[in-house]
Ligand binder design. Structure first.
Ligand code: AMP
Length: 194
């Protein structure tokens, strides 16, 4: 099985580029943000607990997202692998993912990091807010908190995956088609070496 991580700050285009990549390589796209929003929409206990944290731009506890990921790994067997979008987001999640995969005799294949400057994050999220209507996209202070959280808690993962030699950066500034082409080329290079 292949395990790809689509990495990057909020608004970098992870969701946009995950869909075509998952389709092309028969990967199950797992977005922890989408899974959490589905729990909220269904009004589950987990969703109710997560809502306040998400709406404030804070991360939900590691064990909550890890539980969702473990469940999905067990559920989808008829795929070539998984495309993780928005997970892992903390060093603990990264180590726990490593353990989860080791238990299955698997490992992370590659991390594809979508790079955009902070100023552009705000612009992109403002554009998305009009289309998707997400509460956490609507307030400037919540967006600031999500960017800060990314830098403090998620960005340290870059060094970790770089040390493992599986970290690849893709410039996410440009049109969707341009970035998709860059992502495609990077995945092709990774698979050619695998
Ligand atoms: P996203 O759709 O990936 O931008 O995620 C939306 C929100 O869901 C984030 O701001 C967090 O509050 C929560 N979330 C998503 N993935 C994770 C994760 N791996 N760890 C903790 N919280 C997460």
């Amino acid at each position: 099985m292949k395990y790809f991580i689509l990495f990057g700050p909020p608004g970098a285009g992870k969701g946009t580029h995950a869909a075509p990549m998952a389709k092309k390589y028969n990967l199950k796209h797992l977005s922890t943000g989408e899974l959490l929003r589905a729990e909220i929409a269904e009004g589950t206990e987990l969703g109710l607990k997560a809502k306040e944290l998400i709406d404030g731009g804070n991360l939900v506890p590691d064990e909550v997202v890890e539980g969702m990921i473990a469940k999905a790994f067990g559920k989808y067997r008829d795929v070539a692998g998984f495309l993780l979008d928005g997970f892992p987001r903390t060093v603990t999640q990264a180590y726990d993912l490593k353990e989860m995969l080791e238990a299955r005799d698997e490992e992370v294949t590659a991390v594809i990091s979508l790079m955009i400057p902070d100023e552009l994050i705000k612009e992109r999220i403002a554009g998305r807010a009009k289309i998707e209507g997400r509460a956490d996209d609507a307030k400037p202070e919540v967006i600031e908190n999500r960017i800060r959280t990314y830098h403090e808690k998620t960005e340290p993962l870059i060094a970790l995956y770089r040390d493992e030699g599986i970290y690849h950066e893709v410039d996410s500034v440009g049109t969707i088609a341009e970035v998709e082409e860059r992502v495609s080329r990077t995945v092709a290079e990774i698979l050619a070496k695998a």
